[in-house]
Structure formats: structure tokens, C-alpha cells
Design a protein around this ligand. Structure first.
Ligand code: HEC
Length: 119
């Protein structure tokens, strides 16, 4: 091969990689968009009690409940189903009061449950 064909092959490969990356980014972006609502609901209603670190009663309470056998931080859990999250949110548990539909609508709860269990 001459230098010239080498360079053309390299440019072709670079273009191919760039196209692949663009498609991947577009897919990731749209998946993030559909989760954006769930994230917003979580940040507003749940993070004050379930964020990592001290001063978060949900995180502290789950630390005591499971004693480290599952992560105390809600978003790090991999064992929760969307259905379980919905039950806890609608029924409440200990100092976590039930959330009414006027606070979190069924649609918001769907998005929230998907967001919390996305791992
Ligand atoms: C006022 C603080 C508070 C808020 C706000 C709150 N939680 Fe909680 N959450 C808790 C406490 C406390 C527990 C009880 C943990 C226990 O059983 O020891 C809990 C438990 C849970 C559990 C049960 C986990 C398990 O394995 O037992 C889930 C799921 C949960 N919360 C999800 C949420 C979601 C989703 C939101 C937002 C809609 C939310 N929580 C808002 C405090 C809160």
C-alpha cells in the first residue's frame, strides 16, 4: 500500500467511528429525555430524604433496616421493582408519608419508578 491509500483508509475508519458515536449519542440522549421526568420527580420529592450522606432520614433508616446488605442509598439499589417503589410511594412506610395523586400523579409515578429502578 502507498502512503496515500493508508491515509484514505484511516480517514474512512475515523468517519465510520464518528458516525457510530453520533448514533450512540442520539440513542442515549433520547433515553435520557424519557427519564428526565422521573429524575425531576425524584429530585423534588425523594432526594431530600434519600440522597447519600448524613441528614437524610430515608437513607439513615434504610442503613439501619438492612445494615449494609443492600445499599442505603435508594438510587444505588438494584433489587427494587417499579411495582414495589409504587407501593411504598402510595402507602408510605414509617416516617415516609404516603404521596397523594395531587402530589405525584400516576404518570409521574410511572416515570419515577422507572427512574429509581433503572439500574
Ligand atoms: C420524609 C422523608 C422521606 C421522603 C420525602 C421519602 N422517603 Fe422513602 N423512606 C423514608 C423512610 C424513613 C423510609 C423507611 C425506611 C425503613 O423502613 O427503615 C423510606 C423507605 C422507602 C422505600 C422502601 C425501601 C425498603 O427497602 O424498605 C422506598 C422504595 C422509598 N422510600 C422510596 C421513596 C421515593 C420514591 C420517594 C419520593 C417519592 C420517597 N421515598 C420519599 C423517608 C422518606
Amino acid at each position: 500500500m502507498t502512503m496515500r491509500t493508508h491515509r484514505i483508509a484511516a480517514i474512512g475508519a475515523a468517519a465510520f467511528v464518528a458516525l457510530g458515536a453520533t448514533a450512540w449519542l442520539a440513542e442515549t440522549a433520547s433515553a435520557q429525555d424519557t427519564n428526565e421526568r422521573g429524575r425531576a420527580v425524584y429530585e423534588y420529592w425523594c432526594a431530600p430524604c434519600h440522597a447519600p450522606g448524613p441528614g437524610h432520614p430515608g437513607t439513615q433508616s434504610l442503613q439501619v433496616k438492612y445494615n449494609g446488605s443492600v445499599p442505603a442509598v435508594l438510587l444505588e439499589r438494584t433489587d427494587l421493582t417499579p411495582e414495589a417503589v409504587k407501593v411504598f410511594v402510595r402507602q408510605g412506610v414509617l416516617s415516609m408519608a404516603p404521596f397523594r395523586k395531587t402530589e405525584i400523579s400516576d404518570e409521574d409515578l410511572d416515570a419515577l419508578a422507572r427512574y429509581v429502578t433503572r439500574k
